[in-house]
Design a protein around this ligand. Structure first.
Ligand code: IMP
Length: 423
């Protein structure tokens, strides 16, 4: 199996977890290289539903090694909760199957408080973050004031570095009357988590390097999506990490030549959670999917906005990650239509745009140009072979593949492992 990077091609929640879980069988090591517990991957195995935030979904395979790389911002207490949850379900989590980068920055209670503070200050213009402190944690890293997992491994030094950060945050919180953080309590919780994580902490870049030398294969599990990327997304309505394929290199410490293949994942339609532009959003379609119990966020439970497939987004995602292939999930979400609108370009001030604008003000003004593609009006969730998909569902995928000049080899018709069809 080649070394593969999986990236979300839209605004996150593309169903990457399911594709990753499917591909894990053929790889040895699964790596998370960016983001934090803002991510939520839902994987259903043998009817049992697992929601993972930081730990790669490869953990559900007994003989795979999972790595959380340096590019991730890690909330230690939440991570311990995730480990305990998996253990309670009989999954073994050991230093042999879960490794944590000593260079990963910590997402701390101060960052969560600052996340809330900044969102409150923005009022109606808020970013709609997950509230997990992701932006402030990455800002602290870039600002050179962050604390890393390696720091948490030395309790006395950690406490000495953490205390002034809590004081500084409390001063800020006091200006708007927000609840103060209690240093001693927070520090104790973090150190307790640190102690539990200690056996897993190592220089993961060196580990990965040795594994590559030994001929093992890597699967990079992207979190969020290309249009939430801090450079290429709908800035400022983005997350704070590099969600595109290149993020795998910096977030894990591997050279670009180590990556053989980039697979983009998109839904057969589009969703977005949080604030920001969404040209193809459609209220009727959102209501329809929500009524079916679909499209509620795995991390925050928020209903996701839903809309039609947007080729402008996908075209750009393919460019910025150098995609070799596209996997399409949730095809069954379109089961109930005679025709399906698909956005092939935007119009802005009389101009046709094939790729997205830059400024958020222009993003807010674009009008989607739709084509109607034929629907199949048939429940496809029990289909198990590509050739058994209705002809119009196959044609939908073929037309998409042609429009993007990317092969589509995998399609999802439901959340279970068995509901991934391969051409
Ligand atoms: P943050 O990452 O919590 O700072 O949130 C910034 C934006 O990214 C918000 O619009 C979030 O809803 C969105 N976001 C963050 N993580 C995910 C994800 O895993 N799926 C979908 N949206 C996400």
């Amino acid at each position: 199996m080649p070394n593969v990077v999986i990236v979300g091609a839209q605004w996150g929640d593309e169903g990457k977890g399911k594709i990753i879980d499917f591909l894990t069988e053929e790889s040895d090591i699964v790596v998370r290289a960016q983001g934090g517990n803002n991510a939520g991957h839902t994987v259903i195995v043998d009817g049992e539903k697992h929601v993972l935030h930081l730990i790669p979904s490869g953990i559900l395979w007994p003989d795979k090694t999972c790595v959380i790389g340096n590019g991730v911002v890690m909330d230690p207490v939440s991570l311990v909760g995730e480990i305990d949850g998996l253990r309670a379900r009989g999954r073994a989590i050991t230093p042999a199957n879960l490794l944590l980068s000593n260079r990963a920055h910590l997402a701390l209670p101060i960052h969560r408080a600052l996340d809330r503070f900044r969102e409150a200050r923005l009022g109606a213009a808020k970013l709609g973050t997950t509230g997990r402190g992701i932006g402030p944690a990455y800002a602290d890293k870039a600002h050179r004031g962050g604390l890393r997992l390696a720091d948490l491994m030395v309790p006395k030094d950690f406490a000495a570095k953490f205390e002034p950060k809590v004081e500084e945050t409390n001063e800020l919180l006091a200006t708007v009357g927000l609840e103060q953080l209690h240093f001693a309590d927070e520090c104790e919780k973090l150190l307790e988590a640190g102690e539990k994580l200690a056996p897993h902490v190592t220089d993961t870049a060196v580990f990965i390097h040795r594994q590559l030398k030994a001929g093992k294969s890597l699967l990079f599990e992207g979190a969020q999506g290309s249009h939430l990327d801090v450079d290429f997304g709908t800035y400022p309505f983005v997350t704070s990490s590099s969600t595109i394929a290149g993020g795998a290199c910096t977030g894990a410490g591997v050279g670009p030549h180590a990556i053989d293949r980039v697979i983009g994942v998109c839904k057969a339609y589009t969703t977005r959670v949080g604030s920001g532009p969404f040209p193809t959003e459609n209220e009727g379609f959102s209501d329809k999917l929500h009524a079916l119990g679909r499209e509620f966020g795995a991390t925050t439970g928020r209903p996701r906005g839903c809309g039609w497939l947007d080729l402008v987004l996908l075209r750009y995602s393919a460019i910025i990650s150098g995609m070799d292939e596209l996997a399409v999930t949730n095809l069954d979400g379109l089961d109930d239509f005679d025709t399906i609108p698909v956005c092939v370009a935007y119009e802005l001030d009389g101009q046709r745009l094939e790729t997205p604008p830059v400024r958020i003000e222009d993003w807010e003004r674009v009008t989607p140009i739709f084509e109607d593609w034929a629907g199949w009006r048939q429940d496809i969730s029990s289909v198990r072979r590509w050739q058994d998909l209705p002809a119009n569902a196959q044609a939908y995928l073929d037309r998409l593949s042609e429009a993007l000049e990317l092969p589509i080899r995998m399609a999802g018709v439901g959340p279970d492992r068995l509901q991934t069809l391969v051409r």
